[in-house]
Design a protein. Sequence first.
Length: 226
Amino acid sequence: MELKDRLKLSRKNAGFTQIQVSEAVKMTQATYSQLERGIVKSTSKIVEIAQILNVNPNWLATGEGEMSLSVIDKEKYALGNVEAVPNSKLSVRYAPVLNYVQAGKFTDIGDNDYDEYLPYTDDKISDNAYWLIVKGDSMTPDFQEGDYLLIDAKRQAQSGDYVIAMMSDDNEATFKRYKHCGFDEKLNREYCQLVALNDFYSPIDSRHTHFSVIGVVMEHKRKLKK
């Protein structure tokens, strides 16, 4: 069963029209209709829609788990894309998993083509967050290909932070460590570098290569089994 089918089934079971659901989550009816028709494959509002339709957000997003919420589960969910965890001060939110091309365009993508969501619990991270899967070996040994990084697209980078940066002449983002280097008197401006942990890769210097930091790494996860 695809997302479009799960959405349609959930909405009809809840007795809502497309207009009622779209208005409740502040989405245009046209966009919601595209979700149910399969034109748009995913949405950042998946948890909010699940809350409105009273179904399991993970099931709605991925098809995994049970469709219905238990009595305890129903008490977990509150509007605002947040799941309150019983007996805990933590809260759980869901962010889409992106590839490196999508990460570079994240702020422009909106409700577009997210096939997987993963939870995070840090309330200091903005709602403008996403997961990114590491590729390549430039950040080994600390980060391996296939690791998951949680990126806050609104966080201001500080020297020493692990960041995602967009190169001006490339359509893909890159994952490196951010280093503020000081003031270049000849250029009369501050400059910084993107540094790999793998010594095989040279630093990327902003004096020679233009780039923009588009997010700061907030969390790192590794799957022990694939």
